[in-house]
Every structure is written in C-alpha cells, then in structure tokens.
Design a protein around this ligand. Structure first.
Ligand code: BTN
Length: 270
C-alpha cells in the first residue's frame, strides 16, 4: 500500500505490472519528476515497501549522477528509471555485488543494440561503448544492523538523444551508435528481464564468484597501461583486480600496487 507520497511531478500514467522470470515489478511513469531515485527514497522514508517498484521518468528536473554530479537528459529522449530492491541476504560489506549484477544486466541488454565487443564496464558502473558512456548507474542503499535493508538502483540509458551539452565528457547513445530510434519502454522491459536473470544469482552466494568473473572480464581498460589521476597524482597504471569490497586494484609502472575508492581515482585520456 503506497501512502504519504508527495507527488512533485505529474503522474502521466500510473502503474503497470511487469513479470520477468521470478520477479514482479510494479511500474510508475512520470512525465516529469525531480529524480526517480529521490522519489523512491522519499517513498521508502515514509514507511513504504519499495521492493519491485520501478519508477520511470520522461524527464528529470534534478537528475542525479554519481558523486555530486547531475544527470542530464533531454525530455522524452532517454530511459531514466529507478528500481527498489530488497536484498535477501547481502551484508553491507558485500554490497558491490549489486553494482556488478546491474552492470552486467545493462550489458546483456545493450548487446542487442551495439557490437558486444565494443561494450565495457568502466569501473565502478558506467557502461561504455568503446571510449564513450552510454549508461550510468547510481545505487544508494540503507543498512540496518549487519543487513542491507533496501537499495535504490537508478539507471540512465542514453537511447535517442543525438546532441549532448558540451560539459558532458564523452557521451554516446543507442541512436548515435545505430542511427535508429528505439522505444524506451521496450528497452526497459528487456532490461527488467535481464535484471531478473542476473539478480537470481544474488540469492545464491555460490554464484557470486561467477558474477564477479563476468564483471571483471568486461572491465574497461582491464590489463592495459593507461593514464589515471590517483590520489591527485598523474600516473600510468594497469587494472589488476578488485578488492573484496569492490575497490579497484591497479599496478603502477614502478610495480607498486594501489587500491582505490571511487573518489581516489580519475580515468584520464591517454
Ligand atoms: C552516473 O553515471 O553518474 C549515474 C547516473 C544515474 C542516472 C539515473 S537517471 C534515473 C535515476 N535518477 C537519478 O536521479 N539518477 C538515476
């Protein structure tokens, strides 16, 4: 039962049901909302169960990106949505496994549209086509004791946008890659299927390793010497692995290993 919701956007069409494999989703569509992540978070904070809710927006007035970045999308051009997810048995220290599963689900879908060999996951969870970003993921989770209580998984996929503002570093879109317009709703349904599939493995700890291997094999710049800003210093380094908490492990030219959190590393152009 959804209650105490303050609707800042106009609900355009409310509630559809989508069943994908083992998961059931309840979809909300807003023509315009501040941010689908914020909307779901407000709903959770007012005591609602957000598990399986999918909030889709045609436009976000305050779309959020990773760190303090904003997420830009022209109205009606792209797929912008958030999913509420209640993990069954993931501890806070294991939460990066969710990023891995979501990134892989996105690759599973985008493979239908762009050459699979061009698709990579830029750590921690940007989806790249060659050197350009086609999709981004923003996950926020709440913890209760030693349990991950709920996660809000926000996803932006650039679908039909052709021109992006200059401040966006290296954007691409499905249109830019294929020169074809696609139906965002269709891509959403494909994603929910892929998400259901990948999230099935999250219920079985024995399958975490399989998920990790698939994620690592798709990492952008894996095993390549490249330029980075690491803790404020420009360095050449090679991605070697991931820590158990999902930090990026690189080896530098002097042979030293360095383990980085998101805020400690910037990928530079060569
Ligand atoms: C990033 O790469 O910086 C993450 C981008 C995440 C954007 C999506 S769009 C739908 C959802 N609502 C938001 O405000 N952000 C996420």
């Amino acid at each position: 039962m959804i209650q105490n919701v303050s609707f800042r956007g106009n609900i355009y069409f409310c509630i559809g049901f989508f069943q994908a494999l083992g998961m059931q989703f309840k979809n909300f569509f807003f023509e315009s909302v501040d941010s689908t992540n914020v909307w779901l978070s407000n709903l959770a904070q007012s005591g609602n169960d957000i598990d399986g809710l999918v909030v889709v927006a045609g436009y976000q007035t305050k779309g959020r990106g990773i760190n303090t970045n904003s997420w830009h999308s022209d109205p009606g051009k792209n797929l912008l949505f958030s999913i509420g997810y209640r993990p069954k048995s993931i501890s806070p220290s294991e939460q990066f496994i969710i990023s891995k599963a979501v990134s892989l689900a996105l690759v599973d879908v985008l493979k239908f549209y762009v050459l699979p060999e061009d698709l990579h996951i830029k750590w921690p969870n940007d989806i790249y086509v060659r050197n350009n970003k086609i999709a981004g993921i923003l996950i926020s989770s709440t913890v209760s004791g030693n349990k991950l209580e709920s996660s809000i998984i926000g996803i932006g996929i650039n679908v039909n946008q052709t021109v992006f503002p200059g401040w966006i570093k290296n954007p691409t879109s499905v249109f830019r890659e294929t020169f074809r317009i696609f139906d965002c709703q269709m891509i959403l349904n494909e994603f929910l299927d892929a998400f259901s599939n990948r999230f099935d493995t999250l219920n079985d700890r024995n399958k975490f390793d399989q998920l990790h291997k698939a994620y690592f094999s798709l990492l952008y710049r894996r095993g390549e010497w490249a330029a980075y800003m690491i803790l404020g210093e420009k360095k050449r380094a090679k991605i070697k692995g991931l820590s158990e908490y999902g930090q990026l492990i690189l080896v530098q030219e002097n042979g030293e290993k360095v383990t980085c959190d998101l805020k400690e590393i910037v990928f530079l152009e060569q």
